[in-house]
Design a protein around this ligand. Structure first.
Ligand code: SUD
Ligand code: ADP
Length: 284
């Protein structure tokens, strides 16, 4: 038996860090939404008791470091499943980009194995399992648009963005999420983006207000480490994007555009100096 799952990428429309917690994580307030750029998973049941990961992408781990492997092992152990699974990952989301590709693969694995092995695990329990794998995994289990608090695992669903195009550009640099959080000094943040303001903009379906409400306090850290991310933001704005922000801990920058007529110009302009550029719709 085989199951197929799509694992979409996320962007953070706003991200605020409130303080560092005793467990080393940071208390955050984020609004996340999914975009139409997705990995594809094929999950095939194995009679023998093993987990095999394969992928066309040569640049991700295929062993127990892979988040899909970790998700499969977690669900197998927790529910005493004897059979195994072969998971093929067709990677389309850039890796270590701030787009939660690995987290979304883990979430898709939880959803897919729940179906493949007919476990009947309720969504909330899948999210709790997801939280053991990473802060962004619970959101990826359900997707949509949500306010995420705690370390990112406490979710309140909110209105999806109005129809818009999202242009994503990933510069060829590596950013470590742990390092970026490690350099944030919550007490020194000058301007905190407002979750309430973004939530109201989304509920009103007000595209301009969504663009005005964009904000990510991790930008300051990543932009200092990698000035090319700032240059990419400026280029996107110059080419006509209505709103521009870095996603998560970076380095991907996204631009929001309401008019399709602008998309080709921005896409082609960026492709001149950045190899990884995508023009997609927001998922609603
Ligand atoms: C920044 C964000 C924004 O959506 O996304 P990415 O840039 O990774 O896509 C997330 O908060 C990332 O979530 P995720 O990538 O799942 O992080 P985890 O694996 O749980 O944690 C990686 C490391 O980041 C730090 N971390 C993560 C989340 C959090 N609220 N506080 C933290 O301090 C911790 O040092 C942790 O060891
Ligand atoms: N299924 C997977 N897809 C992508 N990366 C993975 C996967 N499993 C583990 N990783 C590792 O997780 C790290 C973060 O990848 P990713 O989830 O794409 O980034 P981000 O958290 O910035 O969105 C990378 O170093 C990568 O090697």
């Amino acid at each position: 038996m085989k199951m197929y799952e799509k694992a979409p990428a996320k962007i953070n429309l706003m991200l605020d860090v409130l303080h560092k917690r005793a467990d080393g994580f940071h208390e955050v307030e984020m609004i996340m939404t999914m975009v139409d750029l997705a990995d594809r998973l094929e999950l095939s049941e194995l009679k023998r008791d093993s987990i095999i990961i394969s992928s066309q992408a040569g640049y991700i781990p295929l062993d127990e470091k892979n988040l899909a492997f970790q998700a499969a092992r977690l669900i197998k152990d927790r529910y005493n499943v004897r059979s195994g699974v072969h998971i093929h990952l067709d990677k389309r989301i850039p890796v270590a980009a701030g787009l939660a590709g690995g987290s979304s693969d883990a979430a898709a694995t939880l959803r897919g194995l729940n179906r493949l092995w007919r476990l009947g695990i309720p969504v909330q329990e899948l999210q709790e399992l997801g939280a053991e794998l990473g802060s962004d995994v619970p959101f990826c289990v359900t997707g949509g648009t949500a306010l995420a608090t705690g370390r990112g695992e406490r979710l309140t669903p909110i209105a999806n963005p109005p129809q818009m195009w999202v242009i994503l550009a990933k510069p060829p640099i590596n950013v470590s999420t742990a390092e970026v959080y490690g350099r944030v000094r919550a007490g020194n943040i000058a301007v905190h983006p407002s979750a309430l303001r973004m939530q109201q903009a989304l509920e009103a379906g007000d595209f301009s207000a969504v663009c005005e409400g964009l904000g990510n306090v991790l930008e300051d850290v990543t932009l200092k480490l990698h000035p090319e991310v700032q240059q990419l933001k400026e280029a996107m704005l110059k080419l006509g994007a209505d709103g521009v922000l870095m996603s998560g801990s970076g380095p991907t920058v996204f631009g929001l555009v309401s008019k399709h007529s602008k998309v080709a110009r921005i896409y082609n302009g960026l492709r001149g100096f950045c190899k990884e550029v995508y023009a997609v719709r927001s998922l609603s």
